[in-house]
Design a protein around this ligand. Structure first.
Ligand code: NAD
Ligand code: MG
Length: 390
C-alpha cells in the first residue's frame, strides 16, 4: 500500500484528491491529513480514510479536533509546527495543497524526506523556486506539478527534450470579469469576483483568476518549474478552459493538452505518474463543443501580468514580495477595505518600494529570509493602502 499524506486536505484540491483516493481503498494508507478551521470536515475525512494523524493549522482548535476524533485512535495535533511535523512523517506521496505562502515550509519539510511531492501550492515556487528545487535535488525528492496548466505542459513534454522547446503557452479563462467593461471593474464586489465561469476552486484562487493574479503566479511558476526564459512564456485567453497549455517546439509544432476543466485530471496524473490510469473525469465531445476561441490578454484589464514580468526581471526574493503583497491585498479586498483594482495598484507600490531597496531582494534565498521578506511585504501592502487612501 502506498502511504499518502494530504496537506490542505479540507480545501478544493484536497477534497478532489480524497475523492480519487477513496475510490481505491486498498491501494492507499493515509498517513496524515491537515486542514484549517473546518474541523468537522477534517475529522470526518480522517475517520473515513482511517488516517494516522489529523492536524488543524489553528492552535485554538485542538480540543475540538480531539473531541471529533474521540474513540478512533487517530492522533490529533494543532498549529503551524504540527503541520510541518505532519509533512515529515514518512509517506510515499504527499499532496501540497495548502493555499498561500503558508504551504512553503510544510512543502520543504516533505521534500526533505526525499519523497514525491505533488505540488498544487504554486505560491511556494513563486516565493522560493530556487530553494524548493534545490531542496528536492539535495534530498532526491521528486516534484510533480498539479496546477492544470503545468500538468498539461509536463505531459506535453513526455519524451521530449527541453532544449527543443521554443515557447510555453499557458491558457487563462479570463475569470469572472473577462467581458466586463473596464470602468465597471473598480466597483466589482467580492461576491462577483468569487464565482468562476468554468472551474470550481477555493475562494482565494477564484478571485485571483478574476484579477489574473493567479495567471501571473503561474507564469512565474512556469519559469521556475521548467527552467525556461521569461520571453518563452506566453499567456493566451481561452474562455472555454479546455486547452490547458501548449508547448511550442523548434520545428514549429504545438503540442496541446485538451480536456474538461476538472482538477482530478492533474491530481490523478500526479498520483499515478509515471503511469497513466483511468480517471473519473468527464470526456470531451469536441463535436458538441463545436468551437474553441483564443485571444491575447488585455494588459490594461490585467495589470498583474505586467507585474509578473517585472518580478521575473528583478529575480531574487521579488517573487516572495509579489506573492505576499498580493495575499495581503486579497485579504483587504475580501474584508471590504479596498476595491478590486486597488489590489494590483498596491502590489505595484510594494514592488517599487522593494526595488528601491535592492538589498532585500538580493538577500540569499533561505527559508528565514523568504519568511522575513514575506512578512515585510505584507506590512508594506497595508502601508500602501493607507497612503493610497490618504
Ligand atoms: P482552498 O482555500 O480550497 O483550501 C486551502 C487548504 O489550505 C485548506 O485545507 C485550508 O484549511 C488550508 N490552509 C489555509 N490556510 C492555511 C494555513 N495558514 N496553514 C495551513 N493550512 C492552511 O484552496 P484550493 O483552491 O484547494 O487551493 C490550494 C492550492 O492549490 C493553492 O495554492 C492554489 O493556488 C492551488 N491550485 C488550486 C486549484 C483549484 O482548482 N482549486 C487549481 C490549481 C492550483
Ligand atoms: Mg492553474
Amino acid at each position: 500500500m502506498r502511504r499518502v499524506t494530504i496537506l490542505g486536505a479540507t480545501g478544493s484540491i484536497g477534497q478532489n484528491t480524497i475523492d480519487l483516493i477513496r475510490r481505491e481503498p486498498n491501494a492507499y494508507k493515509v498517513v496524515a491529513l491537515t486542514g484549517g478551521a473546518n474541523i468537522a470536515r477534517l475529522a470526518a475525512d480522517a475517520r473515513a480514510l482511517g488516517a494516522e494523524l489529523a492536524v488543524t493549522a489553528y492552535d485554538d482548535r485542538l480540543e475540538e479536533l480531539r473531541d471529533a476524533l474521540a474513540g478512533t485512535g487517530i492522533e490529533a495535533a494543532a498549529g503551524a509546527e504540527a503541520v510541518i511535523d505532519a509533512a515529515r512523517r514518512p509517506a510515499d506521496w504527499i499532496m501540497s495543497a495548502i493555499v498561500g505562502a503558508a504551504g512553503l515550509a510544510p512543502g520543504l519539510a516533505a521534500l526533505e524526506q526525499g519523497t514525491t511531492l505533488a505540488l498544487a501550492n504554486k505560491e511556494s515556487l513563486v516565493c522560493a523556486g530556487a530553494l524548493v528545487l534545490e531542496t528536492a535535488r539535495r534530498h532526491g525528492a521528486r516534484l510533480l506539478p498539479v496546477d492544470s496548466e503545468h500538468s498539461a505542459v509536463f505531459q506535453a513534454l513526455v519524451g521530449e527534450d527541453i532544449d527543443a522547446v521554443e515557447r510555453i503557452v499557458i491558457t487563462a479563462s479570463g475569470g469572472a470579469f473577462r467581458d466586463w467593461p473596464l470602468e465597471r471593474l473598480a466597483r466589482a464586489t467580492v461576491a462577483e469576483a468569487s464565482s468562476h465561469p468554468n472551474w470550481d476552486m477555493g475562494q482565494r484562487i477564484t478571485i485571483d483568476s478574476a484579477s489574473m493574479f493567479n495567471k501571473a503566479l503561474e507564469v512565474i511558476e512556469t519559469r521556475e518549474f521548467f527552467g525556461v526564459n521569461p520571453e518563452q512564456i506566453e499567456v493566451l485567453v481561452h474562455p472555454e478552459s479546455m486547452v490547458h497549455a501548449l508547448v511550442g517546439f523548434v520545428d514549429g509544432a504545438l503540442m496541446a493538452h485538451v480536456g474538461a476543466p476538472d482538477m482530478r485530471h492533474a491530481i490523478g496524473y500526479a498520483l499515478h505518474w509515471p503511469e497513466r490510469r483511468a480517471l473519473p473525469v468527464p470526456r470531451l465531445d469536441l463535436a458538441a463543443v463545436g468551437q474553441m476561441t483564443f485571444r491575447a490578454p488585455d494588459e490594461a484589464r490585467y495589470p498583474a501580468l505586467r507585474l509578473a514580468r517585472t518580478v521575473m526581471e528583478m529575480g531574487g526574493l521579488a517573487g516572495s514580495v509579489f506573492n505576499a503583497a498580493k495575499e495581503r491585498s486579497l485579504d483587504l479586498f475580501i474584508d471590504g477595505r479596498i476595491g478590486f483594482l486597488d489590489m494590483a495598484a498596491i502590489v505595484e507600490r510594494v514592488l517599487d518600494r522593494f526595488a528601491a531597496q535592492g538589498s532585500h531582494v538580493n538577500a540569499a534565498m533561505t527559508l528565514d529570509n523568504v519568511l522575513q521578506t514575506d512578512h515585510l511585504a505584507r506590512v508594506w501592502a497595508e502601508e500602501a493602502m493607507v497612503e493610497k487612501a490618504g
